[in-house]
Structures are given as C-alpha cells and as structure tokens.
Design a protein around this ligand. Structure first.
Ligand code: HSE
Length: 310
C-alpha cells in the first residue's frame, strides 16, 4: 500500500498588536494536516477533505492548499506527476488563527517532502503565500511565514518576502481565545481606513521598533509597553463582542500585552511564563463564558519549528 506521508502546519497569530501585516508567530496547536501520496493518474487531485463541513472545494485551482501545491509543482516542472492529497482541517476558518495559511503551508510542504525536498523550507514561502492570496486577496506572509518556519517573524517587506526571525526571551507563552463568531479576513480588511494620522504612525513605529528591541534584549517591560496597536485594533474591536473586556481581563491577570489575533475574532495575549498564560487564558475565556459565547482556548509556547513531517 502506498501510505504516502503526512505533514502538520500550525496555527499562527498575525500582527502581534503593533505589526499589522509585518509580524506573526506560530503556536503549537491547533493546525492542519495534509497527507499526500503518489498515484497512477497524472496531475494533482484532492481526494478527501475532513473537518471543513463541506465548505472547501475539491477543485485544485480553488482550494488554498491545492492551489499553492500546484504552483510549486509547476515551478518544479512536475505537473504530470500523479499525486493524491487529503486535507484534514483541524482548525476553524475565519478564526484569526491563520487557517488558510496553515492549509497553504501544509500543501506545499507535503508536496515538497513527497518529491524528496527539491526546495529548502524557506524557498516554499512564495508558493504558500500564493495560496493565502487566493483565500483573502492579499499577498502577505504574516501568517504563512511563521506557520512554515516557526518562531516570531518580522516581514520587512511582503512583496519581496524579506522575512526575518526574531529572538524570543525564554518562557514566553501565548494565550489565544477563539470566540465562535465568524469574521472573514476580507471583511475585516474592508473596515480599515487607508488614512493614518502622522501622530498614530509615529506611535505605532515606536511600538514596533520597541518590540523588536525588547525581543533582542529580553526586556519584558519594554515588550509589554510596546504591545500596543493604536491603528488597527481601534477600528476592528467593534467586530468582536466584548473585546475590551477580554483585553482588560487579560491585562489584570498579568499578561504583557493583548490584542486581536490576525483579523480576529480570536484574541491573543503574551505572558512571561506558562502559569501566567494559563491564568490569563482562563480570565479571557471567562468573559466569553459569562456572555454565553462559545469559545476555545489555546495556551501554547511559541512554536519554533513551524510545519513538520509527522
Ligand atoms: N495581517 C492580516 C490582517 C492577517 O490583519 O488582515 C490576517 O490574514
């Protein structure tokens, strides 16, 4: 039997408060799994999709994972190869956890592994971003890059994929709460004004630079002061019920910072260690619980490996 191989690509938190479209980190769970194997019939075929409640297309050109993998196969001149792909969605769509990015990453990673790694992991980035672009219309790597290579990633420039891994002080943990409210990235991008005042631009630049310095120096107070989004969060907060209450609960429980995860509705907090992160997560979750909004909590170290063959 041709068992093929399986890869896992993790969820990710984009923006990280002050880095809209230019910062992101991966978490350990949840994530997507893709199984690929060679077949006798030429071309890439999606043969199974689970966990998507019938919402994902089997057509390769319309499916995030399939589209990304197909672009990679074209680049490699392997379009006649018979490959079957099974997609096992193990994370929610429209959650702000980089669901489409994880699928795209898993798609390219799986095909690359099946072909015995013709490209290095980092060289897969462009193809995975094409898959993400199919899903939300924008060419941005702030979910894809951390899901692929792990860690806290700065994207100096999305067009050139000028991507850099930032150091992380030991022990930093994330708490991410996903309230079951649907927000599509396209819609959350549509609410944003394209005008930003000079004073807000100055504050946000200071925060982003401060966060980078804080990460390099292991300065938790500086990280905490810098984890503030004065541009995007105020415009998107209204899309997430009880956002400011959840943020207040997280900060009162000892988080270093708290903001919207990607385009939302998930909300993330960063904490100095796992115990604080567990307390912070419980406090965030309680707000949704009290408001009778179903939710899921993920407490996780920053995933340093990204996508893996498993
Ligand atoms: N940076 C993106 C946004 C992440 O916030 O719209 C979601 O894909």
């Amino acid at each position: 039997m041709n068992a093929g191989l399986k890869v896992f690509a993790p969820a990710s938190v984009a923006n990280v408060a002050c880095g809209f479209d230019v910062l992101g980190f991966a978490i350990e769970k949840p994530g997507d799994e893709i199984i690929v194997r060679f077949s006798d019939k030429p071309g890439l075929k999606i043969t199974a999709i689970t966990g998507a409640k019938g919402k994902l297309p089997f057509e390769v050109e319309k499916n995030t994972a399939g589209y990304a993998a197909q672009r990679l196969l074209e680049h490699l001149g392997e379009t006649e190869r018979g490959i079957e792909m099974e997609i096992h969605k193990k994370m929610p769509f429209g959650s702000g956890l980089g669901s489409s990015a994880a699928s795209a990453v898993a798609g390219v990673m799986a095909v690359n592994e099946l072909l015995k790694r013709p490209l290095e992991k980092r060289e897969l980035l462009h193809f995975a971003v094409l898959g993400e672009q199919l899903a939300d219309g924008a060419y941005h790597a702030d979910n894809v890059a951390p899901s692929l290579i792990g860690g806290m990633i700065l994207i100096r420039n999305n067009e050139d994929l000028d991507v850099h891994r930032l150091p992380l002080p030991q022990g930093i943990y994330a708490s991410v709460v996903y309230p079951h409210v649907k927000i599509l990235t396209k819609d959350a991008r549509a609410v944003l004004s394209d005008q930003v005042s000079l004073s807000k631009c100055i504050q946000q630049s200071g925060n982003l630079a401060g966060l980078v310095v804080g990460l390099y120096n292991g300065d938790l107070d500086l990280i905490s002061r810098s984890l503030q989004d004065v541009i995007i969060e105020p415009q998107r907060a209204k899309l997430i019920p009880h956002f400011y209450k959840v943020k207040e609960a997280a900060m009162n429980a000892g988080a270093m910072g708290c903001s919207i995860s990607g385009a939302g509705p998930s909300i993330f907090a960063l904490s100095a260690n796992s115990l604080i992160a567990e307390n912070v997560g419980a406090a965030m979750e309680k707000v949704f619980h009290d408001a009778k909004i179903p939710n899921e909590l993920f407490v996780s170290p920053i995933n340093q490996e990204g996508a893996i063959k498993c």
